[in-house]
Design a protein around this ligand. Structure first.
Ligand code: SF4
Length: 204
């Protein structure tokens, strides 16, 4: 084992046991790389760098307020933000989808179910039932998968059942209740692609 210590000077006031643990690790970690990545790209930080097509990268400055395609700073920032959120949401959807598929396959194969308290809680929240735990698990998994696979123009059912009620009310008032989750991610990415939409309000 490599016994050389990298030390840690990026979190001197943070959790002391963690600081000591990181300082003694015989390897470089993300904590150490914070220092070598301290100099940030100003365009990237402001979201005004676009690499959506082969004409780029385009950067917004006072002297060049539009990319080659005509995209403004507002368009770039909105597109970059939406794409970041879409890819992050996609990762969580991947986890949810795999979990639901595993639960469904376990239920169909009459496998061992863990977390029966959670299963009961989800049945209650979703408003589903079953003659035994395997059927309950199947119905829970199917409810999640059915919601995930809806088109973006069909509202998800489980959002209202799971969201914090005052927040759901605000989303409803703002008209931003989501349609099928995977489809929303797809449309989010497609709608902000170059040549498809240049309205920062519409593309969000
Ligand atoms: S989409 Fe427009 S702003 Fe973005 S890289 Fe292409 S030409 Fe430049």
């Amino acid at each position: 084992m490599n016994e050389s210590y990298y030390g840690c000077s990026t979190c001197a006031s943070a959790d002391k046991p963690l600081e000591g643990f990181i300082a003694k690790l015989p390897m470089e970690t993300s904590h150490h790389r914070v220092e070598s990545q301290e100099t940030k790209c100003g365009f990237g930080l402001q979201g005004v760098c676009c690499r959506l097509c082969a004409n780029g990268p385009c950067r917004i400055t006072p002297e060049s307020p539009r990319g080659i395609c005509g995209a403004t700073a507002d368009v770039m920032v909105t597109r970059n933000f939406l794409r970041t959120v879409a890819s992050g949401a996609g990762c969580y959807l991947h986890v949810v989808e795999n979990t639901a598929l595993n639960l469904k396959n376990t239920a169909l194969g009459k496998g061992k179910l863990k977390g029966l308290d959670t299963l009961e809680r989800l049945c209650k929240t979703f408003g589903v039932s079953g003659k035994d735990n395997h059927e309950k698990a199947l119905h829970v998994a199917d409810a999640v998968l059915a919601d995930l696979y809806k088109p973006e123009y069909v509202r998800m059912d489980l959002v209202e059942k799971m969201a914090y009620p005052p927040r759901f009310k605000v989303w409803k008032e703002l008209g931003i209740l989501p349609g099928g989750a995977k489809s929303e991610v797809f449309h989010g990415v497609v709608k902000c692609s170059t040549n498809l939409n240049s309205d920062p309000v519409m593309c969000s």
